[in-house]
Structures are given as C-alpha cells and as structure tokens.
Ligand binder design. Structure first.
Ligand code: DOR
Ligand code: ZN
Length: 442
C-alpha cells in the first residue's frame, strides 16, 4: 500500500511525499511517491501523517465489567481518537493478578480488538508468578496504594520490598497510582464531621500532600530495590518537585500526566459534578501551570488518557458514591492538537509525549515513530479542521466527558494498524480481531 500526497512527520522534519507499506511495516518514506510502486494507492490529500498514538494508561475494562466498556468498544474509541496502541490496566473483575487471569484477558482481547494492546498486571499472590507474567509479556506491575486489590499485603514494607525486588530482577517497571490510604482515611473521618459539601470532602481527602507522600514512599522503595518506578497521572506542583528531588538522588523514576490534569481545574466539579470526578482530583490553575512547565521541561515523560469509563447509572449516583473517572480515548488527541494549533505546544513535543516516549519507556517495540522498518501504525490528521466534542458520538460506551462542547482544532481522518485502515472519517472500517496483543520482551 502506498499513501501519497501526505505531509509525513519525522523527527528530522516534515516531508511532503508518501510512505510505502509492506507486510505491516513502513518500507519507504519518500519525497517522490511516484517512485513507490503498490497494489493500492491512497491519496492523503495533503493531510498530516503521524505515528499512531501510544496511550500508556487505559482501562479497557471488559470481562465482568463489560457493561462499562469492552475490548471492542474501547478499541473503536481508540481508533477514532488516533490511538493505535494502548496499555490496559489490571483493576478489572477478575483482577489481572495471576498468570491465569492475564491469559484469559489476552485471549478475550485478541478476539475483539482493532488496535494493539499491551497489559499491566497486579502483583500475584505467588511470588514465582512475577517471572512467569513477565515472560508472558506484561508491560509491568501496577499498584493502587489507596485502594489495594491484591491478595498479598503490600502495605507491609517487607512484603513490598520482596515484590519490588522481584520486579527489578525481571527488569519490569512498577507503576504507582500515588495516593496514601492512611492520609485519606484520616482526612475523610475529620472532614465528615464538618459542615462541608460532598465535593469539598472528596477534594479535601485527596490532597496534593497525599500524592506527594506516596511518591516519597515508593521512590524510597525504588531506591532500596533498584526497581524502575513509574508514577501515574501526576496532578500537582508538589509531586513534580518531589519527583525531581528523587531523580536528583539517582532513583529511576518516570512519570505521566493527563489532558484533564493539564487543562482542567477543580472549578469544573461545581459545573459538571460527578462527570468531572476523577482520581487524582482536578486541582488548581497553579497546578495546571506547573504541569505545563514540567511537560515543556522534560520532567513529564508522556501524556496518557487514563480512559476510565463507567455507566451513566453509576455516574448518576450521589457524589461520594459515584465512581471516579471518565472516558478519554476520544478526547486526548484533539484537545492536545488544539494546543498545537494555538501555538502553546510544538507538534514534535506532542508526538514525543504520545508516541515515541511511551514506546521507548515501556519497550513497546518498533512503534511510535514513522521510520523505515517500523510498524505502519499511523494516523492521518487534518490539523486545521475545527469541530466540537460531542460525547453522544463517542464509540466508548461512556457517553460523557468533561471536555463536552469544547471547540477543538485538528481531526483524525484515518487510523491505520500495520498499514490497514481501521477508521476513516469517523467510520470503523475493519473487523473485530484485526488488532494484536503485544507481549513485551524484557
Ligand atoms: O479516576 C480514576 N478512575 N482513577 C483511577 O485511578 C482509577 C480509575 C478507574 O478505574 O475507574
Ligand atoms: Zn487509571
């Protein structure tokens, strides 16, 4: 297949020309597409061709949570959002905390997916499974210290050290949702005695200090065991300072942030109620500013969606009972492209944050760049098109978003997996199962 008449993004500059794809790989990047022979020629109409996005934090759900989302609907949402590879989270039912559960999930995903999926796991009850799950190709392990889901007690320092050491020995990272259960519990009981609104109780019990405390604690575990620690969805100024300090003393740390933590504040909660309820919570304008500075500075390693779909019924529960999170696969790219269109973010930086950097950090393989020999996971974008975000049109089962009605600039026209078009002008154009499961070699 040849895609001609495109503006092809490379880190050396944009080439006006085309790409040739054979057996799923980019075999040629050329200024003269006429020199590329092919069975099938597509006219890119002058649109911008970028590497498909790699979203390193996605709750695909499925299994017993398929009422919230399943591998097919999530992969359609990813395709619509220009995302060709995701890393799936393990807080499902059943939890991905054993080799058996991991294999079951992989099998289910393989049948349904349009895109590439790699998997996180939770720490298994049997220590020996750390190695087996690594061999099966997980990206790494994920921990929720504020809401532990493992059968083993990782709040126990000794136990945690044993598991982190095992992760280090197997050369896999441990990703942390940085929040501190003790702090949350203490604050919750104190705040519930005061005359506060539910939103105030929620925000007050997940302060930036709790995030910072967890960062200090797990960075120390990283320092003791030599394990690579990845901090998820960094939301506050204090956390950025803490990460910088820990990196300064040589701890191997990477981190991510999200469009919502970069662009929204807690004021949204008053307007959108549970539809803006997320963990970590949306914070202040000053936190937005600090996160942007850290992004441009290189402290933040990637931007992820933290796509966390829930049913409408669940989101309509009273505020403190409603689950946290909202879908993000279909908004990540357009809201960030809009920052590029407005001149607040360089396109190279966006591609680095959403493609090349997550690919390198999580060893996803020959993905995340348009380069000869690399997988032809690509996205064709009209960077000038203006449109409005309408959650009713989402492929995700979750049809709400804190970015509802946002006027954005930049629209994904086509998404390709291994050179096959899976989405064209908002329509899914490929069958279930065309995607693949990525097994990482560590
Ligand atoms: O808001 C959130 N929702 N934050 C998380 O870390 C988990 C996620 C979920 O699984 O719903
Ligand atoms: Zn998450």
């Amino acid at each position: 297949m040849v895609l001609k008449n495109a503006r092809v993004f490379t880190f050396q500059g944009i080439i006006t020309g085309g790409v040739a794809v054979d057996e799923g790989k980019v075999v040629k990047l050329s200024k003269e597409p006429e020199s590329l022979r092919a069975d099938e020629v597509l006219d890119a109409k002058g649109f911008l061709l970028l590497p498909g996005l790699i979203d390193a934090h996605v709750h695909m759900r499925d299994m017993q949570l398929s009422y919230k989302e399943d591998f097919y609907t999530a992969s359609c949402a990813a395709a619509a959002g220009g995302i060709t590879t995701v890393i799936d989270m393990p807080n499902t039912i059943p939890r991905t905390c054993s080799l058996k559960a991991l294999r079951e999930k992989m099998e289910e995903a393989k049948k349904k997916t349009l895109i590439n999926i790699a998997f996180y796991a939770g720490f298994p009850s049997k220590l020996t499974e750390v190695k087996q799950m690594t061999k099966e190709g997980i990206v790494g392990f994920k921990l929720y210290p504020h809401d532990p889901f493992e059968e083993i007690d990782l709040a126990n320092e000794e136990q945690a050290q044993i598991y982190f050491k095992a992760a280090a020995e197997n050369n896999v990272p441990v990703s942390i949702h940085p929040d501190d259960l003790e702090t949350i519990k203490k604050l919750q009981s104190k705040l519930k005695l005061q005359k506060l609104s539910d939103i105030e109780i929620f925000l007050g019990s997940h302060p930036a200090e709790s995030e910072r405390k967890a960062i200090a604690k797990y960075a120390e575990l990283g320092a003791k065991t030599g394990c690579h620690i990845h901090f998820c969805h960094i939301s506050s100024m204090e956390s950025l300072a803490a990460i910088k300090k820990e990196q300064g003393r040589g701890v191997k740390i990477t981190c991510e942030s999200t469009p919502h933590h970069l662009l929204l504040t807690k004021e949204e909660l008053e307007k959108l109620n549970t539809f803006a309820k997320v963990l970590p919570p949306l914070r202040s304008k000053n936190d937005n500013i600090a996160l942007w500075a850290a992004l441009l500075d290189g402290l933040i390693n990637m931007i992820v969606s933290d796509h966390a779909p829930h049913s409408l019924q669940e989101k309509q529960k009273p505020f403190l009972e409603a689950p946290s999170g909202f879908p993000g696969l279909e908004t990540l790219f357009p809201v960030m492209l809009t920052k590029v269109a407005h001149g607040d973010l360089r396109l190279e930086k966006l591609v680095e944050m959403t493609s090349s950097s997550p690919s390198k950090i999580f060893k996803v393989g020959n993905k995340g760049m348009l380069r000869e020999g690399y997988d032809a996971d690509m996205v064709l974008v009209d960077i000038k098109e203006k449109w409005k975000i309408d959650p009713e049109k989402f492929y995700s089962k979750s049809k709400f978003s804190p970015f509802k009605d946002w006027k954005v600039v930049g629209k994904v026209r086509n998404t390709f997996i291994n050179g096959s078009c899976i989405m064209s002008d908002d329509e899914i154009t490929a069958p279930k199962g065309i995607g693949s499961i990525i097994q990482i070699r560590h």
